[in-house]
Structure formats: structure tokens, C-alpha cells
Design a protein around this ligand. Structure first.
Ligand code: MLT
Length: 357
């Protein structure tokens, strides 16, 4: 079978970062840059904010659910989703509810967005209705920055176009730590020293890859990118330190402790022509490949997985797979982020209960 995936426009470069790379509200998480303070920061190490979020995630996950449900009792959170989602939306919603918050979901298919209402007006409407924080998924890179600016509310980026998905990178980090550094309770720029994470697949269109490429090297990991040129432009290795390119999947697997597979994002493939049989031959993760080149590796995938394309069903269900652990860890991380969003004070970047920074 030679199935080609193609359409009419061809994005060939990675998207630019928005011009305001940091959030202004201390409760927002718009991109990985918001998690990293400068290395010379008077407030501690560059990784302090990450350590704090991981710490809160662990605490909230283990807390008695009845006590936890008082933390944000009756606070109001809006989920504003312009793209479909299963894992991210559900886990944010369950996380907010686990802390006692009231949530409302606005999706582009069942709201005035369908009638042409702008992001700005939708955001202002949600604020007028009492929303104290907004969780946003949007097809345009940079949309969360705009929403934060016009509403002044804390915004959590649940995926903006091809740009970033910072809460996914945090839950991936939590999963990696559980696999490779069990029992580690704090993180530093050395925590993942010696760890190689190989990310394979449609890196060009992946906000998950981008956020991981920014986050994991900050903790000492080396990130190997693997995929064919149309899905992985050479310029990707310039995104930051600790990133390397290896086009040959078998070679990339050797020495990798973590293998993160990505789906081909057919909805964003504009103009690219891809021979799927060739792609599977060269880049599909199979049990044979894992056994031959990375027998001890842990498999991650942000989902949705496409069985039989980027990975075989055998591998998806096999002993290497940590995919459902990622899903579970998503709730813990998002509890910490929702709590941070609603407890950080705009007047101070270092407020808390729970030290929301
Ligand atoms: C995303 O929203 O970016 C997903 O988790 C990954 C994907 O859509 O393939």
C-alpha cells in the first residue's frame, strides 16, 4: 500500500516564538520560559519553579480527596477549547474539580465562537461571568498571550497551534522522573544529566516536542530529534542547547532511555507529501526495533496514538509503554497548575499558599 498524506500549503520552518515570551500574570503558564527563571536569579536556581510544581503535584495527588476538594471550593475556571482534545481537556477539568473548583467548558463548536465571536470578546465574556482563570487550547500560536493581555486573568496554555504545550512537557517530565529517578523529590539542572530522550515523528508540527525541547535540557537531558526532513527541518536543532538531530531511527534508539513517539498531525500537514509505507519502514516503533536497539527504554507518547502508524499495537500495549502513566500524571500536574493559577497574586510574583510562583 502506498498511502500518501498531502494537501496544498507547505510550512517548512518551525514557528517563531511570540514577541512576549513570558507571562505577565504569575499564575499563568503560557510557555516553558515561564517555568525557568534566570540562572543568576535572586530567588534561587533556574529550576525552582519546576521543582515547586512537581512538589505540589505529588502533595495534591496524595492528599485526602475530601480535604483537597476545599482548596479551591467554588472558585470558577473556564476551559476554552478551539480544538478537540481528550486527555488535556479531561485532565484539566478533573484536576480543577478535584480541588473543588467549578468549571465550565466552552468549545468552538457549541458557542458563539461558531458565530464569529473573537477570542478577545469570548475572554471578556468569560471574565464577566466570573471566570477567575482560563485554560485555553487554540489553533493559533500565541493566542494564550493575547488572552492573558486582554483579560488580565491567569491563563494556562493547553496547546497553541504548533507552538507550545507546557503542561504536557511537565507531565512528561514527571513520567520520566518516575521511570529513571524514582524517589527523587526535587529537581535541578543536573537531575537528568546522562539521560537521552529521543523524540521521533512529526516534530515540525508538534507543540509537545517544542515544549519538551525547551524543558528537558534545562534539567540536564540530551534530546535527540529523529524524523524525515519534511517533518523535521534541520533548523530544529537550533532551538536551544542539548538538542541533536539523528535521521536514522535505529541509530537514534541506541543509548536512549526514553523514546517519545509523535503522531503525524494530518490536520496540519498542509502541502507536505509523505509516503506512509516509507515512513513506517523507517520510523515506526516496532517490538523488533526496541529489542534490537533500546531494550530497556521507556516509551512515551502524548496521544492520540495511531496504532499501526508511528508505533505498532504490540508496542503501545507492551511492557515498555508508559503512555497511560502519562495520562494519570496529567491530572496531578494540572492540579498543581490550577492551584498555582488561582493562588498566585498579580501583585507579587512570589505569592502563595503552596508558594504559587
Ligand atoms: C497535542 O495536543 O498537541 C497532542 O497532545 C499531540 C497531538 O495532537 O498529536
Amino acid at each position: 500500500m502506498t498511502a500518501a498524506v498531502h494537501s496544498t500549503r507547505a510550512p517548512r520552518t518551525l514557528p517563531d516564538a511570540p514577541s512576549t515570551p513570558r507571562a505577565t500574570h504569575p499564575g499563568s503558564l503560557l510557555g516553558v520560559a515561564d517555568l525557568l527563571s534566570g540562572p543568576q536569579s535572586a530567588h534561587g536556581a533556574q529550576t525552582d519553579r519546576i521543582a515547586h510544581i512537581l512538589d505540589r503535584a505529588a502533595f495534591l495527588e496524595s492528599e485526602n480527596p475530601l480535604e483537597r476538594a476545599h482548596r479551591l471550593a467554588k472558585r470558577k475556571i473556564a476551559l476554552l477549547f478551539y480544538e478537540s482534545s481528550t486527555r488535556t481537556r479531561t485532565s484539566f477539568e478533573l484536576a480543577a474539580k478535584a480541588l473543588g473548583a467549578d468549571t465550565t467548558l466552552v468549545s468552538s463548536l457549541s458557542s458563539s465562537i461558531e458565530k464569529g465571536e473573537s477570542l478577545k470578546d469570548t475572554g471578556l465574556t468569560l471574565r464577566a461571568l466570573g471566570a477567575e482563570a482560563i485554560i485555553l487550547r487554540h489553533p493559533n500560536s500565541g493566542a494564550p498571550w493575547l488572552l492573558e493581555e486582554v483579560t488580565g486573568l491567569p491563563v494556562l496554555n493547553a496547546g497553541d497551534g504548533m507552538h507550545e504545550h507546557p503542561s504536557q512537557a511537565l507531565l512528561d517530565l514527571l513520567t520520566i522522573l518516575a521511570c529513571l529517578r524514582p524517589g527523587v523529590t526535587s529537581v535541578s539542572s543536573e537531575t537528568l544529566a546522562g539521560v537521552t530522550v529521543t523524540i521521533t515523528g512529526d516534530i515540525l508540527h508538534s507543540r509537545v516536542a517544542r515544549s519538551n525541547m525547551l524543558l528537558l535540557p534545562a534539567l540536564g537531558a540530551s534530546v535527540r530529534l529523529c524524523g524525515p526532513e519534511p517533518l523535521l527541518p534541520a533548523v530544529a536543532s537550533e532551538i536551544g542547547p542539548g538538542i541533536h538531530l539523528e535521521r536514522n531511527f535505529d541509530r537514534a534508539l541506541v543509548g536512549s532511555q526514553i523514546v517519545m513517539m509523535l503522531r503525524i498531525q494530518a490536520e496540519r500537514l498542509a502541502g507536505l507529501q509523505l509516503d506512509l509505507d516509507e515512513y513506517k519502514r523507517d520510523y515506526q516503533l516496532t517490538a523488533e526495533r526496541l529489542a534490537a536497539h533500546a531494550p530497556d527504554a521507556h516509551l512515551l507518547h502524548p496521544g492520540p496514538i495511531i496504532r499501526g502508524l508511528e508505533l505498532t499495537a504490540e508496542v503501545a500495549d507492551g511492557p515498555h509503554s508508559r503512555i497511560l502513566d502519562q495520562v494519570r500524571n496529567g491530572v496531578a500536574i494540572r492540579m498543581a497548575l490550577v492551584e498555582r493559577a488561582l493562588t498566585a497574586s498579580p501583585a507579587s510574583t512570589h505569592a502563595s499558599p503552596g508558594g504559587a510562583r
